[in-house]
Design a protein around this ligand. Structure first.
Ligand code: TXA
Ligand code: MG
Length: 335
């Protein structure tokens, strides 16, 4: 019999009723067999496998339909563990790790040979973070290997912030989706690398550039293009709904210029437009950027399942997490 789990106001059919679980032992056993599981982090859900086993890593790439040129983040149980997988670590990297870990900051460091090349797409650097989620930290502490984990969505699509989102994407392919509730941060980790003691920003995320700069000083911004992205989360189309999406500062004008369309709105704060709109999502009534980030992907998932003609998203203020949210929204727009 098919059972269902709630996902916002829709219900997701679950083929395997045992799929969504809080059973850490089951999750650990699957990982020891080189199988892939989904797990919660404070940012988004991840598809995790043993970072030391190329066989497990291959399964992640094939499940996500992710190109092999796009390297994975290795999730570790403690800041000290960084030295098992990375070398020549600059002093500043230890300093930011002390400040932000466990938490949504990923560090790109020189890799040690214990890290398989498939994780790093052949690069000599490895991306590392210590996630801040009690379920996943407990799991990591029960294992003698770290976990490679990209976000648990098919390549290019909207990232998952609930176990139900993951079940909708991969319900037929996974045995275990560890349930840790709704992700509290809601967008991916911020990624930085280093040139000597200078921090370089690769991907904006749950930690704002402003907060980082309090610790590392002025960030250098990494520039890359789509043909050779340093962090393919920076590809120009990514995090995208299947519904055509527009991004604008002037939502009213955009609504009126699409009179014959079934429109969904993704607004920051105010909900003042109802004419000619089928559904509206407001990210934060209070105008709180942290709350907006937390709600972003769930709102995009809901809008994407309403058979709308178009989604019109409102551009947020270009400050703090507003910048990270705008970055994701820009990449959600069809070019
Ligand atoms: O919050 C997060 O970071 C989530 C959770 C699950 O931890 N993970 C996540 O993974 O967003 P993923 O695979 O969707 O994005 C990882 C990004 C990619 O853009 C990848 O290119 C970049 O990290 N990356 C990984 N290794 C790298 C490296 N050695 N140099 C530069 N970028 C790297
Ligand atoms: Mg991703």
């Amino acid at each position: 019999m098919t059972s269902y789990c709630r996902d916002g106001f829709t219900f997701v059919p679950i083929i395997n009723a045992e799929l969504i679980t809080t059973d850490l032992h089951k999750a650990a056993e699957a990982l020891k067999q080189n199988n892939i599981i989904a797990l919660p982090t404070e940012t988004v859900y991840g598809l995790a496998g043993n970072a030391f086993e190329p066989e497990a890593i291959e399964k992640i790439f094939s499940l996500k339909k992710r190109p092999f040129y796009n390297p994975l983040i290795v999730h570790i149980k403690s800041a000290e563990y960084m030295t098992h997988i990375a070398k020549d670590i600059p002093e500043i990297a230890f300093r930011v790790a002390m400040e932000f870990w466990p938490g949504p900051l990923t560090l790109v460091l020189n890799k040690k040979s214990i890290v398989p090349d498939i994780i790093t797409a052949g690069k000599d650097t490895v991306a590392v973070r210590m996630p801040n989620h009690p379920v996943t930290l407990e799991l990591l502490n029960s294992l003698d290997f770290p976990l490679a984990a990209p976000s648990a969505n098919p390549f290019g699509s909207i990232s998952p912030t609930t176990a139900a989102h993951v079940a909708r994407y991969f319900g037929e392919d996974l045995e275990v989706v560890l349930d840790g509730g709704e992700c509290l941060k809601g967008i991916e980790s911020t990624i930085i690398g280093f040139e000597g003691e200078q921090a370089v920003l690769y991907r904006l995320g749950s930690i704002s550039a402003e907060d980082l700069e309090h610790v590392v000083g002025k960030l250098k911004h990494h520039t890359s293009d789509d043909s050779a992205p340093a962090a393919p989360g920076m590809l120009s189309r990514h995090y995208a709904p299947s519904t055509d999406t527009f991004l604008t500062k002037d939502v009213k004008e955009m609504v009126f210029s699409h009179p014959d369309k079934k429109i969904g709105l993704l607004l920051f704060q105010e909900n003042s437009i109802s004419q000619n709109v089928a559904h509206t999502e407001v990210l934060s009534k209070e105008g709180d950027l942290n709350e907006a980030a937390r709600n972003l992907y769930a709102a995009m998932h809901r809008l994407d399942h309403l058979n709308l003609d178009i989604i019109i998203a409102e551009k947020l203020p270009e400050e703090e997490l507003g910048k990270s949210i705008n970055d994701r929204l820009k990449r959600a727009v069809k070019k």
